[in-house]
Design a protein around this ligand. Structure first.
Ligand code: UDP
Length: 438
C-alpha cells in the first residue's frame, strides 16, 4: 500500500526535568514518564506541534516497593522506580495503538531492555549527558574489574582524555555505596542497546565521539543528535524578568542558576550573595532555599522559602536596580537568549550547559553533584566555553571565552540545521526506524 504508517517511537524517561527533552519529527511518539515525586514541574513538552503525541504518566513508586534506600544519592531510587514500573511499560507498549518501532530509554531505564526484547522492539538509549561522560560510563564495568579499592589516579576511558578522580561522578567515588552498585548494574547493560543518541554535537567534543565511533571502538554506535534544547518559552508572570533584562546593556548581566535540583548550603548562599554584591556586576539569580549537606536537595520535595529568609540582611535593598534575585525558577532558556546576559554561573547540568552554548553565553562552572564536575572539566579544559569561578565578566580571558563560545554557538546551530551533523545522524536513525516500520 502507498499509505504508509507513521513510524512509532516510545520514549521511556526516568525522573528529572532534564531528561524530557527529545524531539522527533515525522514520527508518532509515546512518552512514558516516571515521576518519582519530582518537585520540579514537567516542562512544556516541546516541539510537538503537529506531532501525534501520547503522554503516559507512569505511577509514582509505591512506598512499599522494596527496602528503604540508605543512599544519599537519588540514583538507586531512580533505578528502582523505573524497574517497578516495567509492567506498566509493557502494558503501554501493548496498548500503544500502532506497533512501536523503537523504544528509546535513558541511562537509568536500561532494565526496559527486557521488555523491548520480549516485544521484539529495538532498544536505543538517549544519553542526556556529554559524550565524554558516556565514554567513562561505558568503561565502568572494565574499570570495576581492573581496579580494587577507591579510584585514586586518573581514569582513562579508551581513546579519551583522562578523568581526574575528583571529577568522577558522585556515584563512582564511593565504591561501597548503593549508588555505585546501581551504576555498575546499569552500565553493564549499556552494550545491549542498538545505539546511543547523545544530546551533544561533534564539534563540542570531537575526541569523545571519535573514541566511541572510531575504528578501534567496540560497542553500539553513538549518534550525536544535539544540542536538543528547550525553547525559550516565557510563562505568564515571568515577562517582568525579560523586560528587566531588556533594559540592561548587552552582555552586562550574570545569570546565576543551579538547575532544577541544585542547592547550596546556607554558607555558600551567603558567600554567593556577598560576591555578587561586591562584584558590582548586574545579575539575575534564580535563588533557592539553602539545604545543608545535599547538593541536590531540591529534587525530591525540597521546600523553598522566601528569599528574605536566607539572603543577607539588606541584600535586596543594596543591590536593587543592579541585581534581581527571584525565588527558585527563572525561564532559563529565554533568559540565556537575551542580549543582556553576558555570563552564566551554572552547576553544569548538561541541559543548562547546552542551552548556554546554544545562546553563545560563556559559563562559570560551579558543579554540584552527579556528573557535573566532569561536565565542568570538559567545558573548561576541552571545549573552552567555561571558566572555574574566576573573572569571566572582565579581562582578556573572558574575551577569549566569549569568542570561543560564540563559535560553538554557531557550530551548534549548524549541527542541528538541515544537513548538519546532528541533523543527519538523527535522520539516518529515523530512516532506519522508518524502514523497520514498513
Ligand atoms: N531550568 C529553568 N529555570 C530554572 C532552573 C532550571 O528553566 O530556574 C531548566 C533549565 O533551562 C534546564 C533544566 O531546567 O533545561 C535543568 O536541567 P539541567 O540538566 O541543567 O540540570 P538538572 O536540573 O537536571 O540538575
Amino acid at each position: 500500500s502507498i499509505l504508509r504508517r507513521r513510524p512509532h517511537v516510545a520514549l521511556l524517561c526516568s525522573p528529572g526535568v532534564g531528561h524530557l527533552i527529545p524531539r522527533l519529527h515525522g514520527f508518532s511518539v509515546t512518552l512514558l514518564a516516571n515521576p518519582l515525586g519530582s518537585s520540579a514541574a514537567i516542562p512544556p513538552l516541546l516541539p510537538v506541534d503537529g506531532l501525534p503525541f501520547r503522554f503516559v504518566p507512569l505511577p509514582d513508586t509505591p512506598p512499599d516497593a522494596g527496602p528503604p534506600t540508605q543512599s544519599s544519592s537519588p540514583v538507586p531510587r531512580i533505578v528502582r522506580a523505573v524497574t517497578c514500573n516495567l509492567p506498566h511499560v509493557r502494558a503501554a507498549l501493548d496498548s500503544a495503538g500502532p506497533p512501536v518501532d523503537a523504544l528509546v530509554v535513558d541511562m537509568f531505564s536500561v532494565d526496559a531492555l527486557d521488555v523491548a526484547r520480549e516485544r521484539r522492539v529495538p532498544c536505543y538509549m538517549f544519553f542526556t549527558s556529554p559524550c565524554t561522560c558516556l565514554a567513562l560510563l561505558r568503561h565502568v564495568p572494565a574499570l570495576h574489574e581492573a581496579v580494587r579499592g577507591e579510584f585514586a589516579g586518573p581514569v582513562r576511558p579508551p581513546g579519551c582524555a583522562p578523568v581526574r578522580p575528583e571529577d568522577l561522578l558522585d556515584s563512582l567515588r564511593d565504591r561501597t555505596g548503593e549508588a555505585y552498585a546501581a551504576i555498575l548494574r546499569v552500565t553493564r547493560r549499556f552494550g545491549e542497546v542498538e545505539g546511543f543518541l547523545v544530546n551533544s554535537f561533534e564539534e563540542l567534543e570531537p575526541g569523545a565521539f571519535a573514541a566511541l565511533n572510531g575504528g578501534e571502538a567496540r560497542g553500539p554506535p553513538v549518534y550525536p543528535v544535539g544540542p536538543l534544547v528547550r525553547t525559550g518559552r516565557v510563562e505568564p508572570g515571568e515577562e517582568c524578568l525579560i523586560r528587566w533584562l531588556d533594559r540592561q546593556p548587552p552582555g552586562s548581566v550574570v545569570f546565576v542558576s543551579f538547575g532544577s535540583g541544585g542547592t547550596l548550603s546556607r554558607e555558600q548562599t551567603r558567600e554567593l550573595a556577598l560576591g555578587l554584591e561586591a562584584s558590582g556586576h548586574r545579575f539575575l539569580w534564580a535563588a533557592k532555599s539553602p539545604v545543608e549537606g545535599r547538593a541536590h536537595g531540591a529534587f525530591f520535595g525540597g521546600r523553598n522559602g522566601p528569599a528574605a529568609e536566607y539572603l543577607p540582611a539588606g541584600f535586596a535593598e543594596r543591590t536593587g536596580g543592579v541585581g534581581l534575585a527571584v525565588a527558585r525558577w527563572a525561564p532559563q532558556a529565554a533568559v540565556l537568549g537575551q542580549a543582556a546576559v553576558g555570563g552564566f554561573v551554572t552547576h553544569c547540568g548538561w541541559n543548562s550547559a547546552l542551552e548556554s552554548i546554544a545562546s553563545g553565553v560563556p559559563m562559570i562552572a560551579w558543579p554540584l553533584y552527579a556528573e557535573q564536575r566532569m561536565n565542568a572539566a570538559m567545558l573548561a579544559d576541552e571545549a573552552g566555553v567555561a571558566l572555574r569561578p574566576q573573572r569571566l565578566m572582565e579581562g582578556q580571558q573572558g574575551e577569549a571565552l566569549r569568542t570561543r563560545t560564540r563559535l560553538l554557538r554557531d557550530a551548534a546551530a549548524r549541527a542541528v540545521a538541515e544537513g548538519g551533523s546532528s541533523f543527519r545522524a538523527l535522520h539516518d536513525l529515523a530512516n532506519k526506524w522508518r524502514l523497520a516500520a514498513h
